[in-house]
Design a protein around this ligand. Sequence first.
Ligand SMILES: C[S@@+](CC[C@H](N)C(=O)[O-])C[C@H]1O[C@@H](n2cnc3c(N)ncnc32)[C@H](O)[C@@H]1O
Length: 484
Amino acid sequence: MDTNIIYCGDNLEILPKYIPDESIDLIYIDPPFNTSRQYEVFWGEAQERRAFEDRFGDVMTYLDWMRPRLRELHRILKSTGSFYYHCDWHATHYIKVELDRLFGFDNFQNEIIWRRTTSHGDSKQGARHYGRIHDTLLFYTKSAEYTWNTQFVEFSASQIKQQYNKQEKDGRRYRLVTPTAKKPGGDTSYEWKGVRPPKGRFWAYTREKMAEMDSKGLLYYSKTGQPYIKYYLDERPGVAAQSLWTDVSPMSPTAKERLGYPTQKPLTLLERIVNASSNEGQVVMDAFCGCGTTLEAAAKLKRKWIGIDFSPTACRVMAERLEKRLGLKEGIDFTLKDMPKTVDQLHRMPPFEFQNWAVVALGGIPNKVKVGDYGIDGRLYLADMAKEEKTVKRISEKVAQGMFETLDKWYPIQVKQVDKVGRPDIDKFETAMRRDKRLKGYFVAFGFSGDATKEIQRAQKVEGLEITPITVEELLGYEKTALD
Ligand SMILES: C[S@@+](CC[C@H](N)C(=O)[O-])C[C@H]1O[C@@H](n2cnc3c(N)ncnc32)[C@H](O)[C@@H]1O
């Protein structure tokens, strides 16, 4: 089985095709809620919610869509493997029932509540319910034998104050723990500095061990002479993580890791999961991997990884992320597989994805918000336009951070997933160009009618509007060269 690989495709097709039974150690998924037009959710959580309310309607449709995928994921999970399903109030309870059936109720380990924000639009004035501020992660294992590494979180200020309430002269904090236990073992009722263990209890340590601790100053004596062991705060790993996660902050709008992908999860969340439920060298999979948070966490923590996403745009974002943040090179350190390459595949691609593909293939940046069918689909910033900026990549970062409007030198790109662009399509693009005061633009489609070509020539001659028509075949050629 290949690892360190991103598959571009529907996981329901990719999993049976490439992934053998019982081959994955850890699976994390964070699927979208609507079933049919996932590409719409790529850029906006608001859209995702609306899509859910509009089309989901019957929750059973969602489960019917999800069920065969879950079966596949269960098939490929090792018997010692773990599975995390990230969701929220929309679907948690239905999914829990589904997963209990699949994994067995006894293999349910946790319902993790992640507080992903402290306040939310939902809790604003006038809302007639409590703020919905958490996500739920359902954690299952395939059997009772599974990889587990306890994770620790920092003590809270109140825990420190209450539990580590004693201090050495130098300020070192500690708590007191009795050196006695319930069960006897050997000579454990001896007298220690005139004191014996309380009734029904025994020393937990041998006389020699007690003497050793005492010589190191690790014993504390109460007024009555009872010894206690000092547990220093700075020697504790923290508190074992519980099922309520309030210490993983949501990403701030200016976080370095933010890629402008609305459903992106924080890296620290995935690091905790990868650390807890896998070991170095094991295989981690995310079958709905979006912009690749799981993949970054897995690669960083020296696990092997497999990502699947059916959006070519998401796959590109991931490849760039791994390169930019971890210095991994596509083709050397990892593989990007099954990206659409033929005209036929592009014909069948969902329209939104097709637009993204075309704009990116042309070297442009897709518009985040689509304004009607005849809005401009993307912008092309040519290298010489970016003198103030070092590289075009820097511009993409700015776009992701919402600083789009600060850069005014760009050419519009219009994309139509049709065999023949007609004259009216060109007219509309011209109107958009005039509105945005652009003299040059690009139009991508499978072909152009004679009338469309004539209009392009007229607009250039009479109005000085320069529209470059580009066919998908040509673009595939460009793409190939760029990838070669
Ligand atoms: C909520 S996002 C995941 C975000 C991710 N956890 C992150 O941190 O970036 C869900 C992703 O699932 C992808 N997706 C939806 N249906 C899919 C399918 N059937 N096969 C593969 N990927 C799919 C979408 O394209 C989207 O990128």
